[in-house]
Design a protein around this ligand. Sequence first.
Ligand code: THU
Length: 134
Amino acid sequence: MTDHVPVERLAKLAAEVLNSAYAPYSRFRVGAALEAESGEVFTGCNVENASYGLTICAERAALAAAVARGHAGFRRLVVATEGDRAVAPCGACRQVLAEFGTGLEVFSVAKKESLRWSLEDLIPSVFKLAVTDE
Ligand code: THU
């Protein structure tokens, strides 16, 4: 495991990938940088669709990129948006991130505000499937 990446570095990566967002419908661009336990960082942006409900959030895009590279444990997530106020990740993203543990530190950075939570605070009663081995 490598040292933690400075949170400012994660915020910079999240703000950079926001420029790749595909958000012609909402015009609300979101970038996310997810630090794996290995210290590697994976980024994602929101990808909207004409069938609005099929939109992929930045957080889930970053998570999918990390999982595709074999990661299943994560330390920190930084979400970047362009407005004045920081936004909290949507409920769907909270549930999807929680699949890999609720110890994740979540940051959100905007022009005039930065917020921090633990994923456990954001989703205190996560849905878990009791899978039985047969
Ligand atoms: N969005 C994200 O990317 N992450 C969130 O946590 C909330 C919302 C995106 C989805 C959509 O493209 C736009 O923001 C407006 O909802």
